[in-house]
Each structure stands twice: as structure tokens, then as C-alpha cells.
Design a binder for this molecule. Structure first.
Ligand SMILES: NC(=O)c1ccc[n+]([C@@H]2O[C@H](COP(=O)([O-])OP(=O)(O)OC[C@H]3O[C@@H](n4cnc5c(N)ncnc54)[C@H](OP(=O)(O)O)[C@@H]3O)[C@@H](O)[C@H]2O)c1
Length: 325
């Protein structure tokens, strides 16, 4: 019997070198796809190549603000994943150009190439939001669906996992600070979602197993306030720290000063974002636009946080018993 060998499908992942990107790339590589990782600095994206077999993953240069570089990265691809976003503006990286113009550029290139499209947005994306991050994310979603009506869009809540910028940041802070800030009292509600579950959702969309033209909202199994997230993190790393309420007005002043730094810890727009809950909406649950529809059972923080936050414990991987260590 003659076996016909087919070349594996080629997937271009914009932003594949970032936090979510590396998990998406790993999930796609496991499925046997060829992957092109498109980012501005492929020279700094060497960490993605060992996530697959030799030659399976190729970093390429592309900037979503530069249309010809997007077209070049999409050439010959069967499916496009767009993970590009910024948390704060700097230089030419503006929210509008990256989230809206960039999303449209990627969608137009996908349409021209006849490739499928999976776009990652964020919970809270809304045209009426007081946050420019959320407004431009909504504009990006619109640009995507106007251009590729059967695109799959995912809106995750805060994402946790080994390289996250949320639990790692506060766990790192607790190593030297006797207190942790609770902006606005820490009452904002989140639905933390494991990066591996988001990556699986993307991979299923690339497989063609997800209904297109739909915005899915991705949240983990539990809703937790910011305070509860901090308490759980402190318990996992075995440290006692004072949780200090920072009133909204004080956080805003602090953010206006920090926001002037090149890589700010907090910006006024992030304070605005924190003033709204970041959880899966009732509408998404009722309309079946959640993990359930994708056949994925999301993992909890309780099962995952200890697997990577151990490095912040006073004794690392070793537990202290009766002051033995
Ligand atoms: N992390 C979360 O908690 C969270 C929550 C909700 C939604 N999301 C969404 O998930 C997606 C991925 O987030 P992430 O946390 O993985 O972000 P990330 O770690 O900051 O990664 C961003 C990626 O985008 C690339 N990039 C930035 N500007 C670019 C440009 N102009 N052109 C091309 N590539 C560019 C970066 O590489 P270069 O700098 O080398 O270009 C990097 O690969 C985003 O859409 C984000 O909004 C994340």
C-alpha cells in the first residue's frame, strides 16, 4: 500500500514569543503543526525552538504595525493566531496601532491568504469602557470580525502559569516587602485561568474544532477577589505579609508617577481597568460561549500555583519542619 505523506499544516503565531505564546506554540507543536513565530525580535525568541522538534518552529520578524511584514509572515500559512497586545504605551507602540490597526492588518492578511484566524482579546473589552486598553481591544475584535466573519475570538480573564506577570510579580514583591498593596481594597473580582487551558483552546480552534464567528469568554473554575488571590499566593509560598489597602485615589497618584517610567509597574489606565470585575459574563454562560462549549475543563489555581511558585518559598522546594532547615 502506498502511503501518501502530507506536509503538516503551517501556523503563524503572532506574539508567539510571549507568555501565552510559548504555551500555544508548545500545544501546536505537540499536535505536529509547523509553526512560524512572528514577533519584532526573533533574535530574542530562541526559547521557542526547543518546544518542538528540530526545524518545526521558526521565529520570523514581523511587526503588526508594518503591513508588509505581516503579509510576509502569513504567506503560505493555513491558520493564523494573533496574541499581540501591550499593557502600556511606549514609543511607537500605541494601544490603537497595536490592538486595532494591528488586529485589522493580521485579519486582512489572513483573509487574503485564505487562512483561518484565532484572535486573543481580553475580558472587559468594550467600546464604552473608560479604559483605553479595553476600548482598543474591543475595536480590535470588531476589526477582526468585520474582516474575517468566521474568526474565533477568545477573551480570557487574568492568565496564570509559570511565566505569568500576576502571581509571579506579587510573589517576587513579597520576598523583600513586609506588605503587599491591595488597590481599591482588593475587592475586584477575577476568574484566573490557567495558560495551558487557554493554549488548548487555541489549539482546538486551529484544529477547526471550534465554531467560528463567536467571542468566547475564558475563565477558570473559581471567581476570586484580588485579596483572595493574594492570600492564596501567600499561603502557597509560606509567607505572612500585611495586605495594605491603597485607596483608588492614592493608587491613581502612584500610577501617574510610575506610568512615566519606561516599563511601569502600574499605569493610570490599569487602575481604571482594576475598577471593574474581570469575570465571565452571564450572557456568555447562557449562550454557551465558555470553556464548556470547547470541551475543556479548566484547572484551578490550587492545583497549579504550587507547581511554579515554590521558588518564592523561604526554603524553596524544601519545606521547613520544626526549624530543621
Ligand atoms: N497575560 C494575561 O493575564 C492576559 C489576560 C487577558 C488577555 N491576555 C491577552 O493574551 C494575549 C497574549 O498576552 P501575553 O501575556 O502573552 O503578552 P506578552 O507576554 O506581552 O506577549 C506579547 C507578544 O507580542 C509581541 N509583540 C508586541 N508588540 C508587537 C508588535 N508590534 N508586532 C508584533 N509582535 C509584537 C511580543 O514580542 P516582541 O516584543 O518581540 O515583538 C510578544 O511575543 C494578548 O492579546 C493579551 O491581551 C493576556
Amino acid at each position: 500500500m502506498t502511503e501518501i505523506l502530507q506536509t503538516p499544516k503551517l501556523i503563524t503565531v503572532f506574539g508567539g514569543s510571549g507568555f501565552v505564546g510559548r504555551h500555544v506554540v508548545r500545544a501546536l507543536a505537540k499536535r505536529g503543526y509547523r509553526i512560524r513565530v512572528a514577533c519584532r525580535r526573533p533574535d530574542l525568541a530562541g526559547h521557542v525552538q526547543p518546544l518542538g522538534n528540530v526545524g518545526q518552529i521558526q521565529p520570523v520578524q514581523a511587526n503588526v504595525r508594518v503591513r508588509w511584514s505581516v503579509d510576509r509572515a502569513v504567506e503560505g500559512a493555513d491558520h493564523i493566531v494573533n496574541l499581540v497586545a501591550i499593557l502600556h504605551e511606549g514609543g511607537r507602540q500605541r494601544f490603537t496601532t497595536v490592538h486595532e490597526f494591528g488586529a485589522r492588518a493580521v485579519a486582512e492578511a489572513a483573509r487574503a491568504a485564505g487562512a483561518g484566524l484565532t484572535h486573543i482579546s481580553a475580558l472587559g473589552a468594550a467600546h464604552s469602557s473608560p479604559s483605553i486598553y479595553a476600548r482598543t481591544k474591543a475595536a480590535g475584535e470588531k476589526a477582526v470580525l468585520d474582516t474575517v466573519p468566521d474568526a474565533v475570538i477568545y477573551r480570557p480573564s487574568v492568565i496564570f502559569g509559570p511565566e505569568d506577570a500576576f502571581f509571579n510579580r506579587f510573589a517576587g514583591m513579597s520576598r523583600f516587602s513586609p506588605f503587599l498593596p491591595l488597590i481599591g481594597g482588593g475587592t475586584t473580582r477575577f476568574q484566573p485561568v490557567f495558560v495551558g487551558d487557554v493554549a488548548e483552546a487555541v489549539a482546538r480552534s486551529v484544529d477547526g474544532a471550534v465554531k467560528g464567528g463567536t467571542i468566547y469568554e475564558l475563565g477558570g473554575p473559581q471567581v476570586k477577589t484580588f485579596r483572595e488571590c493574594m492570600e492564596e499566593m501567600l499561603q502557597v509560598i509560606g509567607r505572612d505579609r500585611v495586605l495594605l489597602t491603597i485607596p483608588w485615589w492614592a493608587a491613581r497618584i502612584q500610577a501617574s508617577i510610575l506610568g512615566l517610567l519606561p516599563n511601569p509597574l502600574l499605569t493610570p489606565d490599569q487602575v481604571t481597568l482594576l475598577q471593574s470585575d474581570n469575570v465571565v459574563s452571564k450572557a456568555a454562560e447562557e449562550e454557551g460561549r465558555t470553556f464548556d462549549a470547547l470541551g475543556i475543563q479548566p484547572q484551578s489555581t490550587a492545583s497549579i500555583l504550587p507547581t511554579y511558585l515554590w521558588s518564592y518559598r523561604p526554603a524553596g522546594q524544601f519545606t521547613r519542619k520544626n526549624n530543621e532547615t
